[in-house]
Design a protein around this ligand. Structure first.
Ligand code: NAD
Length: 253
């Protein structure tokens, strides 16, 4: 991959071992960044770090549960020990547990809120301790178009609405410290998570996209890379939809 003006920068990508997160890690690495992947899935972490290292990327893969503050703090410390700095955090780890509310267990609710929202609070808190000293940082939180609302998605939608609010609040809190905080709200993207949906739902979802195609991890990574640039210093607190126009029509499926 090509080195560039970003060659000394260090980026953490949570849930970076596969899917959208791995696409984001590849794109940030192409811009010359050193990469730290935080993920629960050790097998996928090994595969992802091997693939990045084979492309001459300086990378570490850390087995982290992003819902656990101790695990997050230890992992951020490990990144600082290894690389000496952290410039970019991409809060990408996320899960779905779609059910209508009368069928939704306490665990379905708590898991989704913890992985999708609490993790972003924990990771932001841990890196901001370092970014505030450096007076520089780029945080990009992965939300979802589904924060607008979705049948059977009250837990997921609420978690992603929380991500948008967290982003706006942290943007205000850290704007004067040279740290930007933005969100990317993907529409439907072809990842292992998407492939857990049954084929009838996959087809209906694809037809509901005005652009008439499913997004790719590279589509999302492109938007994340934009916010992660040094030059994006006057853009903060924003949520950018990357959804082939689906946020405009908000169709129900
Ligand atoms: P994915 O399931 O393919 O990948 C998610 C990664 O997060 C996995 O590697 C998984 O091991 C990791 N992870 C899950 N729980 C974790 C935890 N507690 N600690 C550490 N790592 C954990 O998912 P994806 O489709 O690539 O989604 C990535 C993000 O994009 C999520 O936040 C998701 O909500 C969002 N998103 C996805 C779509 C889509 O269509 N795929 C649409 C909108 C938003």
């Amino acid at each position: 991959m090509n080195a560039s003006t970003h060659s000394a920068e260090v980026a953490i990508v949570t849930g970076g071992a596969k899917g959208i997160g791995f696409g984001i890690a590849q794109a940030l690495a192409r811009g010359g960044r050193r990469i730290a992947l935080f993920d629960l899935d050790r097998t996928a972490l090994d595969e992802a770090t091997t693939e990045l290292a084979a492309a001459d990327v300086e990378v570490i893969g850390l087995a982290v549960d992003v819902t656990n503050s101790e695990s997050v703090n230890q992992a951020v410390d490990a990144v600082i020990q290894r690389f000496g700095r952290v410039d970019i955090l991409v809060n990408n780890a996320g899960i779905v547990r779609d059910k209508r509310i009368t069928k939704m267990s306490d665990e379905d609710w708590d898991m989704v809120i913890d992985v999708n929202l609490k993790s972003q609070f924990l990771c932001c808190r841990a890196v901001l301790a370092h970014m505030s000293t450096a007076r520089y940082g780029r945080i990009v939180n992965i939300a979802s178009r589904a924060w607008l609302g979705g049948v059977g998605q009250s837990n997921y939608s609420a978690s992603k609405g929380g991500v948008v609010s967290l982003t706006r609040s942290l943007a205000l809190e850290w704007a004067s410290a040279g740290i930007t905080v933005n969100a990317v709200a993907p529409g439907i993207v072809d990842t292992p998570l998407f492939r857990t949906f049954d084929s009838a739902l996959q087809e209906r979802l694809q037809k509901s996209v005005p652009a008439q195609r499913i997004g790719t991890p590279a589509d999302i990574a492109h938007a994340v890379s934009f916010f992660a640039q040094r030059e994006a210093s006057y853009i903060t607190g924003q949520t950018l939809y990357v959804c082939g126009g689906r946020s405009l029509s908000s169709p129900s499926v």
